[in-house]
Design a protein around this ligand. Structure first.
Ligand code: ZN
Ligand code: ZN
Length: 172
């Protein structure tokens, strides 16, 4: 691990403690609980994940190594995942429901469900290829893209059009 990444890992870990304390101040019912354990994801495009049963939050380390990923994870994803644990504990909430959104708003972080980062090249993330049909643009896996290059035809399940390669941009 590079020195920079080590520094970012430490920054995320202390942010988890600091934001959890902020949550516990806003919602005293959380004060008796321990700070969730931080784990790391080494593959995939998800920025973070929360597990209420194991009382853990996990963050995407390859994304953290990138400047744009770091800016999204700290603090937005950190608060996003801690808010899942808090909402689950306080309201039995699952997913991005009203209880989760209220907690995000109270913490002053936009309640966004997904990030807009380019995930090309992250470990475990399949390359996607742009195609289109009557509904608009559709993104195919490399496996499907290769089958089409070899002559296979895929029909859109919604509009019934055959998928055709989108011109101009070859990769997404
Ligand atoms: Zn979420
Ligand atoms: Zn379609």
């Amino acid at each position: 691990m590079s020195a920079l990444l080590r520094q970012r890992v430490a920054a995320v870990e202390s942010a988890v403690t600091a934001w959890w304390e902020r949550l516990a101040t806003a919602y005293p019912a959380l004060a008796e609980l321990t700070v969730p354990t931080v784990e790391w994801l080494h593959r995939g495009s998800t920025a973070g994940r929360a597990d209420a049963r194991r009382w853990t939050v996990a963050f995407n380390r390859p994304l953290l190594a990138r400047d744009d990923g770091y800016r999204v994870i700290l603090p937005d994803t950190v608060v996003h995942e801690l808010a899942h644990l808090a909402a689950h504990r306080l309201h039995g909430s699952r997913g991005h429901d009203a209880a989760w959104r209220r907690i995000m708003e109270r913490m002053g972080v936009p309640p966004q469900r997904t990030h807009n980062l380019d995930t090309t090249g992250l470990p475990g993330v399949q390359r996607r290829w742009r195609y289109r049909c009557g509904c608009g643009e559709i993104h195919l896996t490399t496996t499907r893209h290769h089958r089409i290059l070899k002559g296979a035809t895929y029909l859109c399940r919604r509009c019934g059009d055959a998928l055709v390669r989108a011109t101009v941009i070859s990769r997404c």
